[in-house]
Design a binder for this molecule. Structure first.
Ligand code: FES
Ligand code: FES
Length: 201
């Protein structure tokens, strides 16, 4: 008798668990409403709280210039600017960027004129397949601004004096761009392109 009742309660438990799982599977995921200022335009979004900024840009706003490489913070292909600072959009929750200013590769040109770093990538042949290129350029643009603002890097030899744009050696550029990987190994040309654009800014 005792064995049967324990068998029945086990069967009931499994049936209840199956019902709960089936109900959970049918439930619509909770969504939130938010907005972003993307490339100068306000964009309203209704998204799941777990959505990354990268997926929001690509899947919700069709801004596919920002690339998904590793989707785990290792390659830099997804780099965009949030309020002027470079971030990895695959590691950034969209919901936490409500009201912020986002710039993607699509927002760099002005009145049909490429950003100086975009032009330098063309002149210096800074890409082959191009998959990493938008991330490289977004990172490079922010990096030049960081150098202009006097931020040192791990390659800066003398931390006792303010960093100046003229201190931006190739070693500095390599260090500051080290979060952006290129499987086509265009690194020498990328460094030249960034140095050109820094010299023009
Ligand atoms: S896709 Fe974000 S770092 Fe690779
Ligand atoms: S140009 Fe191909 S991955 Fe960089």
């Amino acid at each position: 008798m005792g064995g049967r009742s324990s068998h029945e309660s086990d069967a009931n438990f499994k049936a209840n668990a199956r019902d709960a799982l089936a109900k959970a599977a049918k439930r619509e995921p909770e969504k939130i409403s938010m907005s972003l200022m993307v490339n100068g335009q306000r964009c309203a979004l209704t998204i799941e709280p777990r959505m990354t900024l990268l997926d929001a840009l690509r899947e919700e706003l069709a801004l596919t210039g920002t690339k998904k490489g590793c989707d785990r913070g290792e390659c830099g292909a997804c780099t965009v600017h949030v309020d002027g600072r470079r971030v990895l959009s695959c590691m950034t929750l969209a919901a936490m960027q409500h009201g912020k200013r986002i710039t993607t590769i699509e927002g760099l040109e002005r009145d049909g004129t490429l950003h100086p770093l975009q032009a330098a990538f063309l002149e210096r042949d800074g890409f082959q397949c191009g998959f990493c290129t938008s991330g490289q350029i977004m990172s490079g643009v922010a990096m030049i601004e960081e150098a202009k603002a006097g931020w040192p890097s791990a390659a800066t030899a003398d931390l006792t004096k303010p960093f100046r744009l003229s201190d931006l050696s190739n070693t500095e550029i390599r260090e500051r761009m080290s979060g952006n990987l290129c499987r086509c190994a265009c690194y020498p040309n990328i460094v030249e392109a960034v140095a050109d654009a820094a010299g023009r800014s």
